[in-house]
Design a binder for this molecule. Structure first.
Ligand code: ZN
Length: 107
């Protein structure tokens, strides 16, 4: 649903939570780097670290979704952002301690 993704993108722009350095930023590289790190189960992240990484991923996703000249990567970022998981970030809220503990439990 490209229409919905555009709306998502617009909401993010409205919130001003967006990288404005494209194409000079390293958002795509950051995205790949952090997603690989997050999937590495050997690393145990603290709440503060996870909060930072999550916000970083959100901002890089919005940047890539809006600007990436590679259509495939742009679509990937738009699909990721369409996930309700990011609603909390869109509201400007950080990962809560409760959610953090719940995630730890699952892992
Ligand atoms: Zn960027």
């Amino acid at each position: 649903m490209p229409g919905r993704q555009l709306i998502v993108g617009k909401q993010i722009i409205d919130l001003g939570k967006r990288c404005s350095l494209w194409p000079d930023c390293a958002c795509h590289e950051n995205l790949v780097h952090w997603q690989q790190n997050l999937m590495d189960e050997e690393i145990v992240w603290s709440l503060e670290e996870l909060r930072g990484i999550e916000t970083l991923i959100f901002i890089t996703l919005t940047c890539v979704a809006a600007y990436c000249p590679n259509k495939k990567i742009r679509l990937y970022a738009q699909c990721q952002l369409a996930n309700r998981y990011w609603d909390r970030q869109r509201r400007g809220e950080e990962l809560s301690e409760e959610e953090f503990r719940r995630r730890r439990g699952i892992q």
